[in-house]
Ligand binder design. Structure first.
Ligand SMILES: [Zn+2]
Length: 383
């Protein structure tokens, strides 16, 4: 009979071996033993379990350092599939991925944020479409994770959405009942941060702040590879840090929040004339044509972004800050204005190389949501 302690150690070993195969495959049993520090018998027994679970498979033979050529082990990325959702204020992005986050199918849809009822129906229809193309596999659809622009508490309830009515919808319950799979709900910037860490610009860093600049500003913080959430899911909610206590009133109730000055909405408002809304594509087009009014507005946008990013650097001391914004991605000159604000003539000025632009771009939140679901799945099958 094995004790509870032994059972726990066995599970931890299984997870360790699987994680190593995921990150370094193809890999031999001998190499696994070397890098995990587990003895060869333990590795062999865990590998046999994982082969039974269809989570890994054996391929040809690797390079030998003398003697018999070892059989190599590979993660079975097609053992199951997941769906990551990015629910924006006016769009819905859905990606179907394998267990390595490779997109198998995706859909992008414009939506009307004033109609929560229609959104539910539309989301279910689009999900059914994606689910219908999932290839045959051992685990099928492992679950769904949804990234939303708002506050998500530790019970995964959406408690506050400043720019939409989405908090009226109990997404977790609806999707779990409809599709009978595990469903996770997470703040969009947290999923984006996780996505960039797993598959994007922050792959090689442990301490990351991800800043998504849309209608508002979302921030996701990863420290020592862990996504930080706080007691109420408020952790690192930097968009609502006050940069001017005499400033205009924000939807959160405070005055002069950072996102009132440095969000894309603020940039659009600064360029509005005669109450005519400006499209982001127009801003980009005019910027590329050196339109002085747009260049000035972008310089101010960069200045205000820099002000908040300074607060972020002084609060979290990250290795990198990933910026997710469609205008900055297409017109990186905005980074110069940000850097100019970040680096005054001071010996303690941060390294400007700390700023990176999102590598996953418009799919960052959806891919990060998929990555979070995959992590839950891996934790579950090795539990
Ligand atoms: Zn606010």
């Amino acid at each position: 009979m094995i004790s509870a302690d032994q059972a726990l150690v066995k599970k931890m070993n299984k997870k360790l071996v699987l994680r190593e195969i995921i990150h370094t495959s193809p890999v031999s049993r001998a190499k696994l033993s070397e890098v995990t520090g587990l003895n060869k018998t333990t590795v062999s027994s865990q590998v046999a379990d994982l082969l039974d679970d269809n989570l890994i498979f054996e391929i040809g033979q690797g390079l030998s350092s003398g003697g018999r050529r070892p059989v190599m082990l590979v993660f079975n990325k097609n053992a199951g599939f997941t769906i990551g959702i990015d629910l924006g204020v006016d769009y819905l992005t859905i990606v179907l991925t394998d267990l390595e986050g490779t997109i198998v199918s995706e859909s992008h849809q414009k939506i009307d944020s004033t109609l929560p009822c229609d959104l539910q129906k539309l989301m279910i229809t689009l999900l059914e479409k994606q689910i219908s193309v999932i290839p045959d596999s051992r685990y099928g659809l492992i679950g769904i994770c949804l990234g939303v622009p708002g506050l998500v508490n530790n019970d995964q309830e959406l408690t506050f959405t400043p720019n939409s009515n989405w908090s009226e919808i109990p997404f977790k319950q609806i999707l779990e009942q409809t599709f009978q799979v595990p469903v996770f709900v997470e703040n969009e910037a947290n999923t984006g941060a996780y996505g960039e860490k797993e598959y994007g610009a922050a792959k090689h860093f442990k301490n990351i702040v991800y800043v998504s600049i849309n209608a508002g500003i979302g921030t996701g913080v990863i420290q020592n590879n862990e996504l930080l959430k706080g007691k109420n899911g408020l952790f690192g909610e930097m968009g609502h840090t006050v940069i001017d206590f005499n400033g205009p009133r924000c939807t959160c109730g405070n005055r002069g929040c950072w996102e009132l000055y440095a969000s894309e909405k603020a940039l659009h408002q600064s360029l509005m004339s005669n109450n005519q809304t400006v499209m982001w594509q127009d801003i980009l087009h005019r910027a590329k044509q050196n339109d002085p009014q747009v260049l000035q507005a972008l310089d101010t946008f960069g200045f205000y972004l820099g002000i908040g990013l300074k607060n972020i650097i002084n609060t979290f001391d990250p290795e990198v800050i990933i910026l997710r914004n469609r205008i900055i991605e297409a017109f990186p000159q905005v980074l110069n204005s940000i850097r100019h604000t970040l680096v005054p003539n001071h010996t303690h000025a941060p390294d400007v190389n700390i700023l990176l632009v999102s590598a996953l771009k418009h799919n960052a939140t959806a891919l990060g949501a998929a990555a979070i679901m995959i992590k839950h799945f891996i934790d579950g099958v090795t539990a």
